[in-house]
Ligand binder design. Structure first.
Ligand code: URP
Ligand code: ZN
Length: 612
């Protein structure tokens, strides 16, 4: 089913449909260039200097600022009915807040009510969101039970409704949780549909047991939440999900990575060749979970989310480091906001605190502050983990997640020299507190352009109710399924003859020894590469500036960056072909730029294992 194109009202056209962003530094995942950007009718039309543009075009001076792909938040729960409450940021307020923070696309989760079919739930979300969203959005669908009907509906959703990702809960026993045999079948179906399996990874049985014990022991405060589901309960489920996905060769996306041990599992599995992506959150890279153990019980409840924020204060920095090193790939928000009075539903029993925290508005700021401003990642990696990698995994690239001719004009002009302080007093979200309260951010989204329209204009929010569109996520994302298919091609047996029995004992032993030596060498090389990635060769950490200069080694600026649809494969009428598009540079700087990219920043990040 093709998505109906929403008509832009006349009053939003005219003056808004042409825009020139001048003098900025364009940041993509693979490098930075000084270039102007010309936008018309919601699409990037030209890149370069001295562009010929129509008179009357609105101009923005971005000197000293970064021009980046708008953020993509792949994990929100707007107006979600959950644990006896409905999250207070609805599709209007939530997407408005997203735009205020530099995010130009969100991905929410269809989670069916008890007894509701997947298709009914999907229609309910569409009807609700389509008319309210201020920016583009897509939908993942949560699979909260398992039956032949569910399988059939998953197939229909993937084929006809623009859904390429399904989420499975390994927690929330007796509510959403699926068991291993169901996960095996479900992941197999995802693989057969060309979809991505997503997991909420926590061991639901252990949580249920621990909860009983804690309540019986009189532990009722918010600390009970984290105590009932400690790190290893998360890490165990992450490991199990990776094993199941790998065995059926299904790509896996781990939502909400909240602990060091969970991150370690993902990073190790990637080094082994498992096609898995890890998503820490604005919350888990921004704050720790110590407030749940504090004396202020009201405050403690505000930090309750699942998997929990960890009391280990070194967790946020560790997760940021993993993002920088490509142990983890994407940042989401898991924005699921409940007001203080809703959180008080659990005042006598931590199991009744509606789970969830804010983040959709502040995700970009928090990652910038803790990552780029702190000197741990450069702006190109910031773009990867806040936008491009999500676009690639969910098959939105290069329409989204890229500043290039032909891409959607979803852009953020980021001023690294301005500061702001996060506060519930000034935030756009509906929720009455902010878990990042008081955090100072060095960098602000000065302009945010959504589909070519300036929705944050010199820091003034001008988001428009209903301006966003639903965006199909087609199955078989190239960047994911190339890896899955590669792994399948590698499956080969050993050619043998009856006559060979007993003949090759020495050779076999030698092969085994050689394999072992190769494995050890590869492990050493990976460890070394990961050290080199983060040091300047003298064992010292690179500053972001020095990384920037090594990445921007293109001697001449490209005139334009273009993605050209090749016309291969079926295409719906009026829809640009994204899958077959290639990003190309139209000057002879092509080769030097490509080699520079290969050395310094391979597409998809600096993975030691190179798994894209
Ligand atoms: O605690 C959270 N994050 N609430 C939303 C549901 C989920 O677990 O993602
Ligand atoms: Zn969630």
């Amino acid at each position: 089913m093709s998505t109906p194109v929403k008509k832009v009202p006349i009053h939003l056209q005219s003056a808004q449909n042409r825009l020139l962003i001048k003098n900025g530094k364009i940041v993509n995942e693979d490098g930075m260039i000084d270039s102007d950007v010309y936008v018309e009718d919601g699409i990037i039309k030209q890149l370069g200097r001295n562009l010929i543009i129509p008179g009357g075009t609105r101009k923005i001076d971005a000197r000293g600022k970064y021009v980046m792909p708008g953020g993509i938040d792949p994990h929100t729960h707007l107006e979600f009915e959950f644990m006896g409450a409905t999250s207070v940021d609805d599709f209007y307020q939530g997407t408005k807040a997203a735009v205020a923070g530099g995010t130009t696309m969100i991905m929410d989760f269809v989670i069916p009510r008890r007894g509701e079919s997947l298709l009914e739930a999907y229609d309910r979300y569409r009807a609700n969101a389509d008319e309210k969203v201020c920016c583009d959005y897509s939908l993942h669908v949560a699979i909260t039970s398992w039956s032949p009907k569910v399988k059939e509906e998953m197939t229909i959703l993937a084929r006809d409704h623009g859904v390429n990702s399904f989420k499975f809960f390994m927690a929330y026993k007796d509510m959403y949780m699926l068991r291993d045999p169901e996960l095996i079948e479900a992941f197999t179906l995802c693989k057969n549909l060309g979809a991505v399996a997503m997991v909420h990874a926590e061991n639901g049985d252990l949580i249920a047991e621990n909860t009983k014990k804690l309540l019986a022991a009189g532990v009722t405060g918010p600390e009970g939440h984290e105590m009932s589901r400690p790190e290893e309960v998360e890490a165990e489920a992450v490991n199990r999900a990776c094993v199941i996905a790998n065995q059926v060769n299904c790509p896996l996306y781990v939502s909400a990575v909240m602990s060091k041990s969970a991150a370690d599992v993902i990073s190790a599995k990637r080094s082994e060749g498992v096609v898995v992506y890890g998503e820490p959150l604005a919350s888990s890279v921004g704050v720790d979970g110590s407030e749940q153990y504090g004396k202020d019980i009201n405050k403690g409840r505000r930090f309750v989310t699942s998997p929990p924020l960890r009391p280990d204060s070194t967790t946020p920095a560790y997760l940021i480091e993993q993002l920088a090193q490509d142990g983890l790939q994407v940042t989401g928000s898991d924005n699921c906001t409940f007001n203080s009075d809703q959180k008080a539903l659990g005042k006598d029993d931590f199991t009744k605190i509606p789970n969830g925290v804010n983040g959709v508005e502040d995700r970009m700021s928090v990652v910038w502050e803790k990552g780029v401003h702190a000197g741990i990642m450069d702006p190109t990696r910031f773009v990867s983990v806040t936008s491009t990698n999500a676009a690639k995994i969910f098959n939105l690239y290069p329409r989204k997640g890229l500043v290039a001719v032909g891409s959607d004009a979803d852009l953020v002009v980021w001023d690294p020299s301005r500061k702001r302080t996060i506060s519930a007093q000034s935030h756009v979200q509906a929720v009455d507190f902010n878990i990042f309260e008081g955090m100072e951010i060095n960098g602000v989204p000065e302009y945010v352009i959504v589909n070519g329209r300036i929705c944050v204009d010199e820091c003034n929010l001008k988001a428009v109710h209903g301006y966003g569109r639903f965006v199909d996520t087609p199955v078989y994302p190239l960047y994911v399924y190339d890896l899955v298919n590669d792994k399948e091609k590698r499956l080969r047996g050993v050619p043998r003859n009856e006559a060979d029995v007993g003949k090759y004992a020495d050779e076999d032993a030698a092969i085994l020894r050689a394999k072992e030596a190769a494995r050890a060498a590869a492990a050493a090389a990976i460890a070394n590469a990961s050290r080199m990635n983060h040091t300047n060769g003298n064992g010292n950490h690179d500053s972001p500036r020095s990384k920037v200069s090594s990445i921007s080694c293109t001697p001449t600026l490209p005139e334009s960056a273009v993605f050209t649809p090749s016309g291969k494969g079926p295409r719906l009428e009026g829809q640009r072909n994204l899958q077959d598009s290639t990003f190309s540079i139209s000057e002879d700087t092509d080769e030097s730029r490509k080699s520079c990219i290969r050395v310094n920043n391979p597409p998809g990040g600096r993975s030691a294992g190179g798994f894209w």
